[in-house]
Design a protein around this ligand. Structure first.
Ligand code: GLN
Length: 191
């Protein structure tokens, strides 16, 4: 399968590596026309205000709002997928959740935590960098993982979102889950 990584900002190469480790082709997406050529899209982390500005500039907001591609957002990518962002307007409105940005406090800018992620594994190393958390979810959203009382991974149909950076470790099981359990069934349904 061909999986795109939105390449406007963030850890694009690391995501492509995880796609390749999963046995598929990873493509850096810089123009909206390239969206026609892929089976699923990863939205990487970075800084979501900048990411939104670049997505507006290059036409990705409209294109992705209209797109039926399966999508996987990590960190800032999760923020842009959310329907509601605390204190700001939601952006792509794909995941029916409310996210809070930078929600683990200033003192703990970055930390790691071993995560139990439903349907994936009980021992995923989560790297959190000025991470958001998911404050609340609506009915059709499946909560996959929490840190304390904070939700850090969710799925709603063909949309997957996590607060952390799976691409910064060698463990590609979260990316592999997106490809095999979300993108593959979506393709089969289309055929
Ligand atoms: N703090 C960033 C934001 O709110 C997200 C950080 C990240 O993607 N690592 O956009």
């Amino acid at each position: 399968m061909k999986i795109g990584v939105l390449a406007l900002q963030g850890a694009v190469r690391e995501h492509i590596r995880h796609i390749e480790l999963s046995g598929h082709e990873g493509v850096a997406i810089k123009r909206v026309e390239q969206l026609e050529d892929i089976d699923g899209l990863i939205l990487p982390g970075g800084e979501s205000t900048t990411l939104r500005r670049l997505m507006n500039l290059y036409g990705f907001k409209d294109a992705l709002q209209q797109s039926s591609l399966p999508m996987f957002g990590t960190c800032a990518g999760l923020i842009v997928l959310a329907k509601d962002i605390v204190g700001e307007e939601g952006y792509l409105n794909k995941l029916d959740i409310t996210v809070q940005r930078n929600s683990f406090g200033r003192q703990v800018d970055s930390f790691e935590s071993e995560l139990d992620i439903k349907g994936i594994a009980e021992d995923i190393e989560g790297v959190f960098i000025r991470a958001p958390h998911i404050e609340s979810v609506r009915d059709n959203v499946d909560v996959l993982s929490t840190v304390g009382d904070k939700i850090v991974a969710v799925q709603e149909g063909k949309y997957l979102g996590v607060s952390f950076h799976p691409e910064l470790t060698d463990d590609y099981r979260v990316t592999n889950y997106f490809i095999e359990n979300i993108v593959r069934p979506a393709i089969t349904e289309k055929v």
